[in-house]
Design a protein around this ligand. Structure first.
Ligand SMILES: *[C@@H]1O[C@H](CO)[C@@H](O)[C@H](O)[C@H]1NC(C)=O
Length: 254
């Protein structure tokens, strides 16, 4: 009977002992995300609870340990990320017990910022080839993206223009570029920040004539033109010759 009680309670007591010490980060006992704005300061406070003696804390930024002074690592520890940058967005900070790394708590920084647009701003394409303009967009939260051509929004439906948004790349593909496709294109980002802050970046598309025609192609072209000239000559003669007949056929088909 006693043995039985021990077998049941033993593991529970051990579990209770291990689980006794717990952590809170910014007064939360579960991992969470922490919103902040660019250039502001993120304040992270980790506290030990239900401990019986000194508990030393350590911090990790992602996979790298953060240096914390010995005055700032017993029972509670406070670190600041200042100023918040775009690189801090999505980064996790974890507070752990030094003696038992399984006791830990994390926070993921959610740094809000208006769109930042980049990309190769001048693109040259040969007539007939497909052109691609790539606008690299960074924003949090994600922005609404559109393209303008010479100041007018580009309509994508049933046209040679197609847009794609692939993670941070907002692309405009122009199938079989034409001389009239040349111009100034604008990548427009409207932030989901409540103010619809608009950010733009312009791209220039240059459409060049075909070049580097191989001699063999030039010869082939000359042969075709020559043949057409001869055929046209024969056809013109045929047409006059058969004129009454063709006219007649035209009448009956009506
Ligand atoms: C840490 O907490 C324990 C338990 O409450 C306490 O005995 C100890 O004095 C604290 N240490 C410091 C440096 O505050």
């Amino acid at each position: 009977m006693n043995l039985c009680v021990c077998l049941v309670l033993g593991p529970l007591l051990v579990m209770h002992h291990v689980a006794a010490v717990r952590l809170e980060l910014n007064n939360k006992n579960t991992s969470s995300s922490l919103p902040g704005n660019l250039t502001e300061t993120a304040s992270l406070k980790c506290q030990v609870f239900d401990n019986t003696g000194d508990e030393e804390l350590i911090w990790y930024r992602g996979t790298r340990q953060v240096d914390v002074s010995s005055q700032n690592n017993v029972n509670s520890s406070h670190i600041c990320v200042s100023p918040l940058s775009t690189e801090d967005n999505g980064v996790s900070f974890t507070c752990l017990l030094k003696r038992d790394n399984t006791v830990k708590i994390s926070v993921i920084l959610d740094v809000k910022y208006t769109p930042i647009l980049e990309g190769e701003s001048s693109v040259t394409v040969e007539v007939g080839k497909s052109a691609q303009l790539t606008c690299i967009v960074k924003a949090n939260p994600q922005a609404e993206m559109t393209w303008k051509k010479n100041g007018v929004f580009v309509t994508m439906e049933k046209s040679r223009y197609k847009q794609y948004l692939d993670s941070d790349k907002f692309q405009l593909n122009i199938d079989k570029a034409d001389k009239k496709d040349a111009g100034i294109y604008t990548c427009v980002a409207v932030a989901n920040d409540g103010n619809a802050t608009t950010t733009e970046k312009t791209f220039e598309l240059v459409v060049e004539d075909k070049k580097d025609v191989l001699p063999v192609e030039a010869i082939a072209a000359a042969v075709v033109v020559g043949a057409l000239v001869i055929l046209f000559g024969l056809f013109a003669r045929r047409e006059t010759f058969f004129k009454p007949c063709m006219k007649n056929r035209h009448d009956t088909s009506l």
